[in-house]
Every structure is written in C-alpha cells, then in structure tokens.
Design a protein around this ligand. Structure first.
Ligand code: ADP
Length: 265
C-alpha cells in the first residue's frame, strides 16, 4: 500500500485541506511477480532439454556417430527431448490463447455418459499398467453443452495423471453424480497422493509435487493449469482432494440443462 498526500492551499498560503490518496499496489505487484516467475519457469523448462541435446549432439559430433551402439541411443535422446519441447511449446500456446480469450469454444450438445465412457474405454484398451478401472456412472442420459475436443483434453489429462501415479494393481474409479444443476465427475486413484498443503497448487502453471519425476514421465507441468482454464470456460469448477500416500481425487463440474434430455429421447 502506498499513500500520497497533496495539500490544498489558497493563494494566500492558507491551507484548507489535505487530500490523501491510497494506492493499492498489491494486486499489480502480484501480477508482475507471477509474470516474472512464469518467464523464469518457461526459460528453465526450455533450457533443460536444450542443454541435454547440446551435450548429446556434441558427443555425436566428437565421434559417437560412428559408434553403432551409441549413435542410435544418443539420437533417441535428442528426439525425446525435441518431443518434450514441442509438447511444452504447444501447451504454452494453448495457455496464451486462453489468456487472450482467443480460444474458440465450439459447443455441442453431448450426452455425457456416452462421451465419458468412450474416453475411459480408450484408456482401458491402451493402458500398459496393471491398473483396474471401475465405473460408477448413472443409467440415465445427461446432456451437456460442451466443446468435446476441449473436454477430451481435460479428461485425458486427468486420466493420464491418475495412471502415471497409480501403483501396480491399483484401481481408478470413475464416478458421475448430479448436484443441483451440475454434473459432478470424480476420478479417484490410489496413487502416491499429494501433500495436503500442495493440493490446490497442482492447478498452477508449472507446479509439480516432484519435478524430476514429472519430467521423467514426460510431463510439462501445464496439463492441469490448461484443464482448469478449460473447465472454467465451460462454467464449471475443478479441484482436488488427496491423502498423501493413499490417493488423489480430481473433481470437476459442468452445468447441464435438466429439461434438454427429453427432446433427445
Ligand atoms: P504434469 O505434466 O507434471 O503431470 P499436471 O499439471 O498434469 O502436470 O500436474 C501437476 C502436478 O500435480 C504433477 O506434477 C503431480 O505432481 C501432481 N498430480 C497431478 N495429478 C496427480 C495424481 N493423480 N496423483 C498424484 N499427483 C498428481
């Protein structure tokens, strides 16, 4: 908080008042600080794969290219790092588009049960871990007006995280309930969980509980930040609850029209 004072003085020099102006700098300072932090994070996230690539390329140039065994491995590393940078830049572009409200939300009427099941099926078919899926979805149809591509990205991200952090033989539960005008989705895993004081931070840009682990798994640290923007753009909310060492639940809501269903039956 900054205060400035001006004295109201008559030509005779007689002071007949003082104006005090209080400036609230805290909000602007917070934005500036966040911006600086964001730029520092982006630079760091890009520098890491670049320095890795540089050292592998140097080794290749120094002769490793002639080594039948080393060369393919080293090239593979540079490829993986390039992929990571592409993912990161794509995520950054998505966020900056959303920040500038340039993202088009192409809404369609979608029956959420069918839509959600299809995404879960896709993961169930392709997952390589020994993780069991359980669905608790209602029998009825629920129509929501959503951008299917955007919501697919959100759900993909939540399920990939749940799989990433699930233990061998763990269970992921998918539940859907109705809470006054909203559908409430829950994706529950039995993974490592998140320390209580950090649960809300997982939706912040670049926040990771374990930076090295997230990176090793190919994460950008932006997935949930993008998901949050997308859910907000749909008029819903997203949040998490977690018990460290026991598991995590990601919740999100979407508004739905209760009377729309009839027209579609
Ligand atoms: P990342 O690319 O690191 O996965 P996200 O934005 O998707 O980025 O997630 C941010 C962080 O939140 C992750 O790095 C991880 O620490 C934590 N996280 C997200 N989902 C889970 C989960 N299901 N179980 C445990 N930790 C999670």
């Amino acid at each position: 908080l900054r205060a400035s004072f001006s004295v109201i003085q008559k030509e005779t020099g007689f002071v007949n008042g003082v104006i005090a102006v209080l400036h609230d700098n805290t909000e602007q300072e917070k934005i500036d600080m966040e911006r600086r932090e964001f730029v520092a994070n982006v630079s760091h996230e890009l520098r890491t794969p670049l320095t890795t690539m540089r050292s592998y390329l140097e080794a290749l140039a120094d002769g490793a290219w002639q080594d039948q065994e080393l060369a393919p491995t080293f090239l593979n590393v540079t490829q993986t790092e390039t992929e990571r940078m592409i993912r990161l830049v794509n995520d950054l572009l998505k966020l900056s588009k959303m920040d500038a409200s340039e993202t088009e939300i192409n809404k369609e009427m979608v029956e959420f049960n069918v839509f959600f099941n299809r995404i879960i099926d896709r993961f169930e078919m392709s997952k390589s871990q020994n993780v069991y899926f359980e669905r608790e979805l209602p029998e009825e149809q629920y129509f929501v007006e959503i951008d299917p591509d955007k919501l697919t990205q959100v759900i993909d991200n939540i399920i990939s995280n749940a799989l990433k952090y699930s233990p061998e033989g763990g269970k992921i539960r998918f539940a859907m309930t109705i809470e006054d005008g909203f559908i409430l989705i829950r994706i529950v895993d039995q993974g490592m969980g998140i320390p209580k004081e950090n649960v809300d931070k997982i939706f912040d840009r670049f926040y990771r509980v374990d930076r090295a682990r997230s990176r090793a798994m190919g994460g950008t640290g932006l997935g949930l930040a993008i998901s949050k923007e997308m859910i907000n753009a749909h008029g819903g909310h997203i949040w998490a609850e977690s018990q460290y060492g026991k598991g995590t639940t990601i919740f999100f809501t979407l508004p739905f029209e209760e009377d729309v269903g009839g027209e579609w039956e």
